[in-house]
Design a protein around this ligand. Structure first.
Ligand code: AMP
Length: 307
């Protein structure tokens, strides 16, 4: 079976949306990525760090869902990364209220020996120095996928450029693509980002779907129109996890196959937003995933005769 290394935050989140508010609940980029990637036929190894305040039951839950958590370091006398955010009424934009790095501030990632030969590496959102550390420890990787956000563009841009130069795929949201490239048009932004290194550029547009760019080729995956979006937190990571899990399980890293991978990513993200935090991702069944894939097909299928 193929192997997928996932590095990213494992966190406590406090979230406020127009529908309600949570105290500290389980969150983090690696958590959401792992919860979607583990639905595929690939071994998923998480690399992250938590503090002594992180409940064992959360680690057990990740293990029970098939993830390898050997690479999650527990710093007994430290505190877990904490993020808090508040969504505006349209749910497309949010304010970050707090980002407390805590144990992440001095984290040196260690990829477990059994995952050093992984074929696919998913660099989830965290400090680019940590992402570089993981690239160095996975020399056999055939596909490296990067996700990042404006926080790291603002605080560690040079190191982030070093990472971007080494990856095959970058997934990024539209605002971040504009910030990174200095271009408003997403086509121009993708072109500039290609020049920084990645052969494939995926631009996520929230409820408006995602674009996959490969040179002059472009593919679009819609987001599923939902009656109610309860909490968008983690949707981008969940998308990346579905994408990475599908790619790792199939072993086919072509543009054609990436089209399928972004449909899977969009499919998982549509579940993620239905409840607070990771709750919905912990309960989805394979039957639900299959049914929703049919909805995705129906959403964009049409016949048209051209002359
Ligand atoms: P998303 O909604 O896809 O941007 O992901 C939200 C998740 O990312 C939350 O669960 C947070 O714990 C985590 N997160 C927020 N800010 C950061 C950051 N600066 N670095 C890494 N992870 C973060």
């Amino acid at each position: 079976m193929s192997k997928l290394v996932v590095v990213g935050t494992v966190a406590f989140d406090a979230i406020e949306t127009p529908f309600g508010k949570t105290d500290k609940i389980l969150g983090g980029a690696a958590t959401f990525i792992g919860l979607s990637a583990s639905h595929f036929n690939t071994e998923v190894g998480l690399v992250s760090v938590v503090g002594g305040d992180f409940p064992q039951e959360y680690l057990d839950m990740l293990k029970n869902r098939g993830m390898n958590v050997e690479g999650i370091e527990v710093v007994k006398d430290g505190k877990t990364f904490f993020w808090s955010g508040k969504y505006h009424n349209d749910m497309n934009s949010r304010d970050t209220l707090a980002t407390e790095l805590n144990v992440l501030a001095d984290f040196n990632p260690v990829v477990p020996d059994s995952f050093k030969d992984a074929e696919v590496v998913m660099l989830g959102n965290l400090h680019p120095a940590v992402q570089l550390g993981v690239i160095e420890q996975t020399p056999d990787a055939k596909l490296i996928i990067l996700d990042t956000m404006n926080f790291w563009m603002d605080s560690a841009l040079d190191l982030l450029h070093e990472v971007i130069a080494k990856v095959d795929v970058i997934t990024i949201n539209d605002e971040e693509a504009r910030q990174l490239s200095g271009e408003y048009s997403l086509v121009n932004a993708a072109r500039k980002i290609h020049e920084m290194g990645p052969t494939y550029v995926v631009i996520k547009k929230g409820e408006h779907g995602a674009l996959l760019f490969h040179g002059e080729d472009i593919f679009f995956a819609p987001a599923l129109p939902l009656e109610e979006v309860f909490d968008p937190t983690g949707a981008g990571d969940t998308f990346a996890g579905g994408f990475a899990g599908f790619m790792a399980a199939s072993g086919d890293y072509s543009f054609e196959n990436m089209k399928r991978a972004i449909i899977y990513g969009s499919n998982f993200a549509s579940f993620c937003v239905e409840k607070f935090g990771t709750e919905r991702m912990q309960s989805i069944t394979n039957k639900e995933i299959e049914e929703r894939l049919e909805q995705f097909k129906a959403l964009t299928k049409f016949e048209l005769k051209t002359t």
